[in-house]
Design a protein around this ligand. Structure first.
Ligand code: ZN
Length: 408
């Protein structure tokens, strides 16, 4: 891959994505296999005047071995030094850069029960620290190909061709070609306009219908807004949490989902691919996992059992079916890309930043919205060519939002 393009991408991630501030600490999360790119990102961060850069490396095989050989008790422990590290992050608010290159099947075969129990055990402690940091620091997720991921996306290509094709798709969808900074400025403007249009409608509820079986209702809350594109910390630093991004999203009334939604793309959940599934909701909660094969059903049933909020919705996002990412015709098996290809919902944690003027409120005022909380936030795609979405507004009007998969 062209070195200049890679450097431009790393710079884009640091300067527009995380918007690293002078004197700020930076934490990069990356897989050891893709160390070369973490190095480029680290250099870009130092050039942006980061005070220090730390990398948290991961390795699929080491993770698999841990689940195989460590006892449930050991895996579930949060040693004191790890808690101190989290506390240090609460105190110093480093920018976080996640470089994802995950093999969608990385943890296939790992004991599902054990995996879920570990998540349940560690969840409350992690959430305690995360809640203290939410919306106070900048973060970004961006992808680069690994061989395993590229081969999952392009199974008929040689490894090197698959990697090259995935690079091309990533650089294109993240608008790195041409003048990336101008591209993102323009893109953010368009997304903000779309959100403003939605917000001016005053949407009270959304009804989804598609011939694949989706027939679903959800309510939105007064005082919540759709957001998209760049985000802002409470102290006012602008950053770009997802690269790419094509969505207008908000957090719904967690008690209001009713009906059936069918997924329209497979999904990698905790390192295992699930496909042909859906959920039936009653009064906000998943009451039935619909899945054709037993493996997918098992993975999803474990997913929604990790905590109370895991079976409720934290996100409603609108993305036209003809989005640039869907137009690539590529199924990425990576939510960062696939969620930006069509409409989706997410189980789990909601976004407080979708409360209008959230940054001027006390945490008690934000809590009063009773948004969903959970250790998980898992998007699943429900957009299809014939998806229709109709809104009912707070003043009683009916408005077509999506017709045949795209903006009405
Ligand atoms: Zn989303």
């Amino acid at each position: 891959m062209n070195k200049t393009l890679l450097k431009n991408y790393a710079k884009l991630i640091v300067e527009i994505g995380a918007n690293v501030q002078k004197g700020q600490d930076v934490i990069i999360q990356a897989r050891v296999n893709e160390a070369y790119f973490a190095e480029l990102v680290a250099e870009a961060a130092y050039k942006a005047k980061a005070r220090s850069v730390m990398v948290e490396w991961s390795d699929d095989q080491i993770t698999r071995l841990a689940y195989k050989y460590q006892s449930l008790k050991t895996l579930s422990e949060m040693p004191k030094w790890k808690e101190e590290k989290l506390q240090h992050q609460v105190d110093t608010l480093p920018a976080r850069i996640y470089i994802t290159s995950d093999d969608p099947d990385a943890l296939k075969g790992v004991d599902q029960d054990k995996y879920t129990k570990v998540k349940m055990a560690l969840g409350p402690t992690i959430m305690k620290y995360r809640e203290q940091m939410d919306n106070k620091y900048q973060w970004v997720i961006a992808g680069i190909p690994s061989e395993a991921w590229a081969k999952k996306v392009f199974p008929n290509e040689t490894k090197s061709n698959a990697v090259k094709k995935l690079w091309d798709a990533i650089l294109k969808t993240t608008r790195v070609l041409g003048d990336p900074i101008e591209n993102w400025k323009e893109h953010n403007k368009i997304l903000k306009e779309k959100c403003e249009w939605l917000n001016n409608l005053g949407i009270k509820s959304l009804h989804y219908e598609s011939k694949n079986g989706t027939n679903f209702n959800i309510n939105l809350l007064k005082g919540m807004v759709f957001d998209g594109g760049a985000a802002r910390t409470i102290s006012g630093v602008v950053y770009q949490p997802n690269m790419p991004t094509e969505e207008c999203f908000t957090s719904p009334d967690k008690t209001s989902a009713n009906g059936v939604v069918m997924a329209t793309k497979p999904l990698s959940v905790d390192g295992k691919v699930v496909d042909n599934f859906g959920f039936r909701f009653e009064n906000g909660k998943v009451v039935e996992v619909l899945a054709k094969d037993a493996n997918s059903k098992e993975v999803l049933e474990h997913l929604i059992s990790v905590d109370e909020g895991a079976r409720q919705l934290g996100e409603v996002a609108l993305v036209p079916f003809d989005s640039p990412i869907n137009q690539t015709g590529i199924l990425f098996f990576e939510t960062l890309y696939d969620e930006n290809a069509c409409c989706h919902l997410a189980l789990g944690r909601a976004f407080e930043e979708c409360i209008k003027d959230f940054d001027k409120m006390t945490s008690e005022e934000r809590k009063a919205f009773n948004l969903n909380t959970s250790i998980i936030h898992v998007d699943f795609m429900i957009g299809s060519e014939d998806l229709n979405i109709t809104a009912t507004t707070f003043d009683g009007k009916t408005v077509e939002i999506f017709k045949n998969g795209t903006w009405a």
